[in-house]
Design a protein around this ligand. Structure first.
Ligand code: COS
Length: 384
């Protein structure tokens, strides 16, 4: 749902210009240094990018899902690491508070999240609990008016920069399933938290992940999201479900960028006396990519609109994440192929995108998990 086309278009114009003039020229530097320059981070904060999904009463832009999708399509036109910097704050790191937080939790944390003064990370994955998220082992045991947290969270995006973690931990060790899990807002400077060293990754340099280790970390009971134990897994699932549409939109944006780069290259590059764009085998690759990008774009915007209308989009959100991320991988592969030998060389940039987008098929729920969610929902619906 687009509330006011004029306001949204003004925001999209600003984002498009920022991407074109500030982010695209910085791509190679960020990849080399593994750091996003501080002035770019400051500009992102000033533009309100950290507050896209925070309700207006707390200083955010309160974008609808369709509006958020449009902004992510625009942000996708550059290296995905830039989106990642505010992605956990507008997405999986903050939405648990927006959906299920108490009025006090919202009032305390959402305003500084909206300005980017506070960065949020989502701490669910563990060394032994990835796709099987409900099997997590980190414990939060009640002790007076605190919970004592012990455990290790793995691959936590933005943990080196985070001011708060949305932490999923087991408050009831007698229940080893989803019902024993609770969600907390944990301030990163709480004694007992150590951030591991930055992971060395295949791509997305500039976006940082690391372990977060909790050792007898005493978290005030007031930090339990919604004030209710046993609800944490559901909070996590709701957050991830929305995130799947958001990631789908980013996949479409990045695929569009790679397709544009491949098309431009194919027009400029001559072989056998003519631009390779005039060869039908190259055209076939461009056409396949274009049709798939279009299909994924339609899916993402349709799922977003349905969600805005209040429909249950659990199946559609997983379809978006699965199709758009797989599509993005195929588009990346074809783009490298169209670049030929140059596609393998870092100075042309397309190999960096190829490595960057590999993550989309894995994080925030692998393709295989999306398949399981989709199929389970179908069977459940059909046998109800
Ligand atoms: N919205 C609200 N509630 C949901 C939900 C959703 N989208 N999906 C599941 N739930 C609820 C279920 O209704 C169930 O509650 P009840 O017991 O009250 O019915 C509870 O959560 C447990 O659900 P389920 O039984 O489906 O849990 P499973 O352990 O079988 O796991 C999958 C389900 C595999 C889908 C889940 O573990 C998952 O999404 N894994 C991937 C995790 C992931 O994306 N990790 C990425 C890293 S974090 S960025």
């Amino acid at each position: 749902m687009i509330r006011d086309p004029e306001t949204l278009n003004a925001l999209l114009d600003t984002v498009n210009r920022f991407v074109r003039e500030r982010l695209v020229p910085a791509e190679a530097l960020v990849s080399e240094t593994d750091e996003i320059p501080a002035d770019i981070v400051r500009e992102m904060k000033e533009m309100g990018l950290f507050g896209l999904t925070v309700p207006e009463e707390f200083g955010g832009l309160a974008l609808t899902m369709e509006e958020e999708g449009e902004v992510m399509l625009a942000m996708g036109q550059t290296s995905p690491c830039f989106r990642s910097l505010f992605g956990t704050t507008v997405g999986i790191g903050s939405q648990g508070i927006v959906f299920d937080g108490t009025p006090e939790q919202k009032a305390k944390y959402l305003p500084p999240l909206a300005t980017g003064e506070l960065i949020a990370s989502f701490a669910l994955t563990e060394p032994e609990a990835g796709s099987d998220a409900a099997s997590l082992r980190t414990t939060a045991i009640r002790d007076g008016d605190h919970y004592v947290v012990n455990g290790t969270k793995r691959f936590i995006t933005n943990s080196p920069q985070a001011g708060i973690f949305t932490l999923m931990a087991r408050t009831n060790p007698a229940d080893m399933g989803a019902g024993g899990v609770s969600a907390f807002i944990v301030e990163a400077d709480t004694p007992g938290i150590t951030i591991g060293k930055k992971d060395k990754k295949m791509g997305q340099r500039g976006a940082h992940t690391a372990d977060v280790i909790f050792e007898n970390c005493r978290v005030p009971a007031s930090q339990l999201i919604g004030g209710k134990e046993g609800q944490g897994f559901k909070t996590a699932m709701k957050v991830l479900e929305k995130g799947r549409i958001h990631i789908g939109a980013i996949c479409v944006g990045v695929a569009e960028r790679m397709q544009r780069d491949a098309l431009n290259y194919a027009i400029e590059r001559k072989q056998f006396g003519q631009p390779i764009a005039e060869f039908q085998l190259v055209q076939a690759m461009l056409a396949d990519s274009q049709a798939e990008i279009y299909a994924a774009r339609c899916m993402v915007l349709d799922a977003a609109r349905r969600r805005d209308l209040g429909q249950n989009v659990a199946t559609e959100a997983s379809c978006c994440k699965m199709f758009a991320s797989e599509m993005c991988g195929r588009v990346a592969d074809r783009a490298v192929q169209i670049f030929g030998g140059a596609g393998y060389m870092s100075e042309y940039g397309i190999e960096r995108f190829y490595r960057d987008v590999r993550l989309f098929r894995i994080y925030e729920g692998t393709t295989q998990i999306q398949q399981i969610v989709i199929a389970r929902n179908l069977v459940r619906e059909a046998t109800r």
